[in-house]
Design a protein around this ligand. Structure first.
Ligand code: ADP
Ligand code: ADP
Length: 228
């Protein structure tokens, strides 16, 4: 599903955010991406979303070399990836339903598909009863669940979560993790960058640890392995 071959990303200032890394992630895997601040986690995610270009190396996503595609194909690539952020990024003037529907509208999905899929996505995250609420009427955990519904409503093969529990208290964080795990069990590949040591240690999933732009650890049923 995701294959990085000897990928290096050097920014204009000469910083090598990723230094010759090779990583393989199969369809359906659940992967934690860990490492201290500055290790290269965000750069890794941005490369997959084509927000930055590698300086060298190849990145294969769903069998396609995304380092070679034309820029007009970028929206098509992004469509195959759902993204969840630490700070939710919901539209404040749209309801829960409209926030999720919007992700389908912008890709030009037919109205009848929107009508069908938005309620399914909201049900998946346990928020069917909040469809008409606005984001500021929801708790942090509920807002994150809306953002997860938005990320999965187009049925992406890959869900990227960048520190999704960073703004949540521990109980709420676990509710969100259960939902992400359920989405993974239905076949969606999950890549989650996190500093949540407890969650990583309890869930015993694959852990890829970055440090100074290199893979220092890649373990099935791994642990967080850092102090901070
Ligand atoms: P992490 O997400 O693990 O904190 P990042 O990928 O954000 O790591 O950063 C990796 C390294 O690249 C850091 O040294 C950071 O300062 C540097 N970096 C990130 N983005 C840029 C940029 N746009 N320009 C220059 N350096 C950057
Ligand atoms: P239309 O007015 O053409 O039906 P929409 O389907 O976008 O337009 O929905 C209009 C309003 O109805 C939205 O503000 C939305 O909050 C609400 N809504 C639509 N479908 C649902 C649903 N399945 N559950 C809850 N609210 C819904």
């Amino acid at each position: 599903m995701i294959e990085l071959m000897n990928v290096t990303k050097e920014y204009n200032n000469g910083v090598k955010a990723l230094n010759n890394i090779s990583i393989n992630i199969d369809k359906g895997e659940f992967v934690f991406l860990v490492g201290p601040s500055g290790a290269g986690k965000s750069t890794f995610i941005k490369l997959l979303l084509k927000e930055v270009e590698p300086s060298s190396g190849r990145i294969i996503l769903n069998g396609q070399d995304i380092t070679k595609v034309k820029s007009r194909m970028i929206p098509h690539i992004r469509r195959s990836i759902g993204v969840v952020f630490q700070d939710f990024r919901l539209l404040p003037n749209k309801t829960v339903y409209e926030n999720v529907a919007f992700a389908m509208e912008i890709i030009g999905a037919p109205y009848k598909n929107i009508r069908r899929q938005v309620p399914m996505a909201l049900s998946m995250v346990g928020l069917s009863n909040k469809a008409d609420s606005y984001p500021n009427q929801l708790s942090g955990g509920e807002q994150q669940r809306v953002s997860i519904a938005r990320a999965i409503v187009n049925n992406p093969g890959l869900l990227i979560a960048d520190e999704p529990t960073g703004n949540l208290d521990p109980d709420t964080a676990w509710e969100v993790m259960k939902i992400i795990r359920r989405i993974n069990r239905r076949g969606t590949t999950v890549l989650m960058a996190t500093h949540a040591k407890d969650i990583v240690d309890v869930m015993k999933q694959r852990v890829i640890a970055l440090e100074k732009g290199q893979v220092v650890r890649d373990e099935q049923r791994g642990v967080y392995g850092y102090e901070g």
